[in-house]
Design a protein around this ligand. Structure first.
Ligand code: SAM
Ligand code: SF4
Ligand code: SF4
Length: 338
């Protein structure tokens, strides 16, 4: 473990690592993997391009030595990666890691939740954009019913997982679901987080007109519920949190568009093929897989990671011009994992 945290060019420590374990998904959410682009001919990563579990574990250990305390597994849909529980078992035992979570669309939870729980994993973020079946089926691009996700959420909750539900809100698409979703998860005592629709990648047809901002959503919610702000509990906490004054449940906002938070962004992201990105909106990554497969030792890879982080100066969201569609080539959300 280093004595001093490594910091980037604007003094942000390295604290979190998101690991994407696959770029494939069983859904085609319009805002993430539009089916016109991610169709039958789309070239997903092949098996040899994916980092093996041993490779992921080796890199994760190095990241933890450099200050990473939290790891989140994501994708694509991470539960599609074969034997994912074997990877979680490896990661959960890393000395110095204080938290591991997984982000999923929840569809496979009925099948795998018990096995996940047995690994020691306790935190799940489950994405769900509408209770209304017509809206949900349309949004996920595969006609899957919201009941399938609710079933996964119930099973996970009964097993004892700590769950947060993530809802990406788009104007005119699912904003009528804000109140029903809030009511439903408030009753279940599950935190619901509203995510502003982001301009990640180049394929999701983003424009500012479709963004329902925290301000809009908060206004709507405060007409129905009594909400109190909750102080953030750690440096770099992304969600702006509120609790219901009469109920033990919270909501949160991920305000990447309307109130960006680059100045405290402590996250590194690794794709399933071992590219390291220092920003969700990056267009250039660092190829860690080649370093591993060329036989570099831990000390050399550690030096490389330190140098990458020390040179980091990404502040994309702070610099975004709100109504401007950035045509620059950017990585896709399903590749890097959100
Ligand atoms: N498949 C898993 C899931 O959906 O939870 C994990 C990967 S998914 C890329 C991670 C998160 O990114 C999900 O909560 C999803 O809703 C969010 N996401 C994808 N595209 C987005 C966009 N354009 N704007 C905001 N959030 C987005
Ligand atoms: Fe799949 Fe998640 Fe993207 Fe939806 S948001 S298409 S579930 S990776
Ligand atoms: Fe972090 Fe990049 Fe998002 Fe800013 S835009 S908060 S630097 S990931």
């Amino acid at each position: 473990m280093l004595n001093k945290p490594i910091i980037d060019r604007i003094n942000r420590p390295l604290h979190d690592l998101r690991i994407s374990v696959t770029d494939r998904c069983n859904l085609r959410c319009e805002y993430c993997m539009p089916s016109e682009i991610f169709g039958p001919d789309y070239q997903f990563l092949c098996k040899d391009q994916l980092l093996s579990f041993n490779e992921i574990e080796r890199l994760a250990k190095l990241f933890v030595e450099l200050g990473v305390k939290k790891i989140r597994l994501t994708g694509g849909e991470p539960l599609l990666r074969q034997n994912i529980t074997d990877l979680i078992k490896k990661l959960i035992n890393i000395n110095g890691l204080s938290d591991i979570g997984l982000t999923t669309n929840g569809i496979f939870l009925p099948k795998i939740a018990k096995e996940l729980y047995k690994t020691g994993l306790r935190r799940l973020n489950i994405s769900m954009d509408a209770l209304n079946d017509d809206i949900f089926k349309r949004m996920n691009g595969r006609g899957v019913s919201s009941k399938a996700v609710l079933k996964g959420i119930n099973i996970a909750q009964e097993l004892g997982f700590q769950i947060k539900v993530n809802m990406v809100v788009q104007k005119g698409i699912n904003d009528q679901e804000i109140i029903p979703m809030a009511e439903y998860f408030r009753e279940k005592g599950i935190t619901l987080r509203f995510i502003e629709f982001m301009d990640v990648g180049n394929t999701n047809g983003w424009n500012y007109e479709k963004v329902k901002t925290k301000k809009d959503i908060y206004q709507l919610l405060s007409g129905h519920f009594d909400l109190e702000p909750v102080e953030s509990t750690y440096y770099g906490e992304v969600a702006k949190r509120y609790k219901y004054s009469d109920k033990n449940a919270e909501i949160g906002f991920i305000t990447s568009v309307s109130e960006s938070f680059c100045s405290s962004c402590t996250r590194a992201r690794m794709s399933a093929d071992g590219m390291l990105y220092t920003c969700l909106f990056a267009n250039k990554g660092f190829d860690l897989k080649t370093l591993l497969r060329n036989g570099l030792d831990d000390a050399a890879i550690r030096e490389e990671l330190i140098s990458i982080w020390n040179h980091r100066h990404d502040q994309y969201s702070d610099q975004r011009i709100s109504n401007h569609v950035d045509k620059r080539q950017k990585i896709e959300m399903s590749y890097i994992g959100g």
